[in-house]
Design a protein around this ligand. Structure first.
Ligand code: HEC
Ligand code: HEC
Length: 412
């Protein structure tokens, strides 16, 4: 080989060695950036406890493990289910992804339990078949919402929520808002917020169709994971799924009451993250938020009532929601009634902690009830029905004011 070619080879290999060295250095500095930090400062994640006495803090710690517990067939997972843990659908206690949505269905308003309704369990353990959506069913796709701050939602007095409702729109602002009165589950003991007898205010779920946090947790175990408890001790399985006796051999109830109650306490005392940086732009966005009527539904703060849990006792809850149902127009409609909520109505999405949604999910969050968009501006533009007037005023804003409004929302 002549000397010129040899030199070229040597130079090229030197260059490659340089590139390699540089990338090792870069990689190392990126890793060490990550490794050397102490984790996010307090208030910067969606998975932190509120300050409470030690007994509550230890229930929180146990509930944290329960929430993350991945159920196996031998623990009672299934026979049919959606996902094996709470955390799979609510990562970091925040919202889910298009891979973890739930589907609810009915036929002409009938919940069709004999066909597997009202929830599609699309996975199953060996020996049984997963469910499929029957032909002709009304279908509603639901993005898992965040679960932090829901203890505050539970602690808002009924009178406060009722006072916000204006079903006849007497004040003529184009926004009515009404309570979803629902039938509480009979396993919810008296004394729990949202227990019976009689109808109670629906607060939980995207159509506010569940009145108590205990019911929400217990039915998540049973219907989303196929895990029975003393509260709901029978598996939910439809007749054509297969032979229950041959598949799920774990005796019911599959988890003890204490595990349910610890997870309940965990959800109750998960803190709302701190606000982001309050810049001048954020301050002006906040004024616009009120001026153009966003705050009529996304009510910035509601006061909780008396609570035995100190962190929930008579505090200001920055929910950015009135917890009411609103007709959001045909664009957002799922055209499927749920308890007394109709196919156009949704509960005002609480905006608290929304700034951390993208961080929780590796950079991209999915907004609205079905997660149809990752663009917060599109989520705002999609408001119709009772939200139309406010949405039109947003669209008519100069670009700088739109940016300020978005900056404010992303500081919550
Ligand atoms: C398959 C995904 C999935 C799993 C698993 C799951 N959830 Fe959910 N969760 C959802 C969806 C979807 C909703 C909204 C339901 C609706 O509106 O129909 C929800 C709603 C909630 C809410 C109400 C939030 C609100 O804004 O009102 C709480 C609390 C909750 N889940 C807790 C839990 C707990 C605790 C577990 C485990 C025991 C769990 N979830 C398991 C998908 C899931
Ligand atoms: C009439 C009541 C109402 C008004 C007014 C209103 N919203 Fe909403 N907003 C809702 C409801 C209900 C939802 C949930 C809709 C859905 O999921 O389909 C929602 C959802 C959102 C979401 C998505 C939240 C999420 O977690 O995915 C954002 C962001 C939002 N609104 C911001 C705004 C802003 C900004 C304004 C003012 C321009 C506004 N909203 C005005 C009722 C309202």
């Amino acid at each position: 080989m002549n000397e010129f070619i040899l030199r070229v080879i040597k130079d090229v290999s030197m260059i490659w060695r340089g590139v390699l060295l540089l990338s090792v250095v870069l990689l190392h500095s990126r890793c060490s950036d990550k490794l050397l930090t102490q984790g996010p400062p307090p208030g910067e994640t969606t998975a932190e406890p509120m300050e409470n006495p030690a007994s509550i803090m230890s229930a929180f710690a146990r509930g944290d493990e329960g929430f993350a517990r991945i159920f196996k067939v031998s623990d009672g997972l299934g026979p049919t289910f959606n996902q094996p843990s709470c955390e799979t659908c609510h990562p970091g206690d925040g919202r889910g992804t298009p891979q973890t949505t739930l589907v609810r269905f009915s036929i002409n308003g009938d919940l069709v339990p004999s066909l597997g309704g009202p929830q599609l369990q699309d996975k199953s353990i060996p020996g049984v078949s997963p469910e499929t959506v029957p032909v002709g069913a009304e279908v509603s796709v639901r993005m898992p919402p965040p679960v932090f701050g829901r203890g505050l939602v539970e602690a808002i007095p009924a009178e406060t929520i009722i006072a916000l409702a204006d079903p006849e729109d007497r004040n003529g602002d184009g926004v009515s808002g009404r309570v979803n009165w629902v039938q509480p589950a009979d396993f919810v003991p008296p004394g729990f917020v949202g227990s019976g007898p009689g109808l109670a205010i629906g607060r939980f779920g995207l159509k506010a169709n569940i009145s108590s946090l205990l019911q929400q947790v217990v039915s998540a175990y049973r219907d989303d994971m196929g895990v029975t408890s003393d509260f709901l001790a029978e598996e939910s399985i439809h007749p054509s799924a297969g032979d229950l006796a041959l598949s799920d051999r774990v005796p019911d109830p599959e988890i003890p009451t204490s595990e349910v109650l610890d997870v309940l306490m965990y959800i109750r005392t998960l803190a709302v993250p701190n606000r982001g940086e309050i810049t001048d732009q954020v301050r002006s966005g906040e004024m616009i938020f009120t001026e153009i009527g966003c705050a009529v539904c996304h009510v910035p703060s509601l006061k909780t009532g008396p609570s035995p849990i100190p962190s929930l006792n008579e505090v200001d809850a920055p929910l950015y929601s009135d917890l009411l149902l609103h007709d959001m127009g045909p664009g957002l409609a799922d055209n499927r009634a749920d308890e007394s909520a109709d196919g156009y109505e949704w509960r005002t999405a609480p905006l608290m902690g929304i700034r951390l949604a993208p961080d929780n999910l590796g950079g991209t969050a999915h907004y609205l009830h079905d997660g149809r968009t990752s663009d917060i501006r599109e989520a705002i533009s999609a408001h119709g029905g009772e939200g139309q007037r406010s949405r039109d005023r947003y669209i008519a804003l100069p670009v700088g004011d739109q940016d300020a409004l978005v900056a404010f929302v992303l500081s919550l």
